[in-house]
Design a protein. Sequence first.
Length: 320
Amino acid sequence: MSEQISIIVPSYNEQESLPYLYRALQKEAEEFRKLDVEFEIIFVDDGSKDNTLKLIKELAERDSRVHYLSFSRNFGKEAAIYAGLKNCSGDYAVLMDADLQDPPEYLMEMYLAIRDEGYDSVATRRVTRKGEPAIRSFFARCFYRLMKRISDTDMVDGARDYRLMKRSMVDAILSLPEYNRFTKGIFGWVGFRTKWIEYENVERVAGETKWSFWGLFRYSLEGIIAFSTFPLALASWMGVLLCIVAAAAIVFIVVRAALFGDPTAGWPSLACIIIFIGGVQLLCIGVLGQYVSKTYLETKRRPLYICRETNIEAKQKKDD
């Protein structure tokens, strides 16, 4: 009985790059067919505003291996990844971007590592960030260094979402029903034996990146809040430190008044102290608010995505 690999491709405004990706996957599919392994390609249209969905439908008409889900609006890459994993039916699942920054030619090496070497997952990481803005690369490295210090979850610097997983790992990921998802952290949290493949950064084959600096910054905050309580601990320690400083200041003022009298002090120093303490308090409240807001979103139990149309159920019924 042949095995099947589900290739999950989150897509948002990728009409220019999808033809290149599909041709590359077709080439790889021929090589895998020699090993009696079939492909299932699941495109997740994340509310694209261009002709991405139209192009995917055309591919699905020509190729029975192509499945698709189309969201009612843009729900984000995390929702697209979850939707793809939830709806895939293969013995293995692969996550990869549509822009060919995740080279399909590594698929065979990834599959053989799982089949022959006993790994549960094969993941990829970039050893260079050629082509990226220098400031983005700098902050990305800072983020991974920070996460290594404040989180128990294993996050590898330069890690991509591009990885091949056994069904058992896919099921473990789907067993985490959290609304605020940070997939890179979830990969590390569920564990399993993982082999890492390193490669140099590959630039997009076409189109433009959908990630802005602000978007990546917000995404990094999601990761910190989702997999570390360090900000809460830091806020608590800042409160303790300020209490100690305040107590020492009170002792100093009392002793000075007793020994030298109580000369009139200027208001600028007092204003600076009040502003500083007020700022720290607002910072701590803001940190706490971030955790409360995430809890609030979790308790709503809203779906991660809403599917507007798909051909997966129709194809499954046809196959049955």
